[in-house]
Design a protein around this ligand. Structure first.
Ligand SMILES: Cc1cc2nc3c(=O)[nH]c(=O)nc-3n(C[C@H](O)[C@H](O)[C@H](O)COP(=O)(O)O)c2cc1C
Length: 193
């Protein structure tokens, strides 16, 4: 039997209900269904107050250590943040500030965000993409940005958003199916470099 892949979603929102969490969950479960992966979704509520009160990762409480381990051990990471003041939330960034620079190298990462306005859609490319490029993550080309009109009762509902979710789920499953250990030998050597 083949490996069961683990997909982890993290939403940098503290709202309940949260459009961002529901978007991250929709992307994660849609992609996971394609390849039979397991899913775990987190948001800021699950890690409060540990995240905000930890300045040094070596003193992180157990729940924060477990979240960091879940993220770093995931076969794919699906992140999302509401736009606050033009970019991702402060605690979203704080979590990744606590993660080792090499911990996400080559990890497939899907970027998503929700905002009140279409005007901040470039948060994907001006905020999230540079952060995960810093980590040398394997960022999936398509990102997902949605505003309030794309949701009904905080759940993704517009045809455009659902189609975008399907698109990014497909791209992520391609990434997973061409995992490095399935490459022919010369490419395996490159992948290990
Ligand atoms: C403190 C705060 C700042 C916000 N700043 C922006 C912003 O700069 N641009 C924008 O488009 N929406 C902004 N919004 C709206 C949220 O991004 C939007 O409602 C988002 O979908 C909320 O996600 P959630 O349901 O996960 O909390 C802001 C909301 C809050 C509470």
């Amino acid at each position: 039997m083949g490996k069961t892949f683990k997909f982890v979603g993290f939403a940098g929102s503290s709202s309940r209900p949260s459009r961002t969490r529901n978007l991250v969950e929709a992307i994660t479960t849609t992609a996971a269904k394609r390849i039979g992966a397991t899913t775990t979704i987190y948001d800021l509520n699950e890690i409060h107050p540990s995240l905000g009160s930890t300045l040094d990762p070596s003193t992180a409480p157990l729940d924060l250590v477990e979240l960091i381990e879940a993220i770093t051990n995931a076969d794919a990471l699906i992140v999302g943040s509401p736009v606050y003041k033009g970019t991702y939330t402060g605690l979203f960034k704080h979590l990744f500030d606590l993660i080792e620079p090499k911990a996400l190298k080559d990890k497939p990462v899907v970027l998503s965000a929700t905002g009140g306005s279409e005007r901040h859609a470039l948060v994907l490319d001006h905020g999230l993409r540079p952060l995960f490029a810093f980590f040398s993550a394997d960022i999936v080309a398509t990102g997902v940005y949605a505003t309030e009109t794309d949701f009904t009762d905080h759940q993704p509902s517009s045809a455009a958003l659902l189609s975008r979710i399907d698109r990014v789920a497909l791209e992520l499953s391609w990434r997973i199916n061409t995992a490095r250990d399935e490459f022919p030998e010369p490419l395996q050597i490159l992948a290990q470099a």
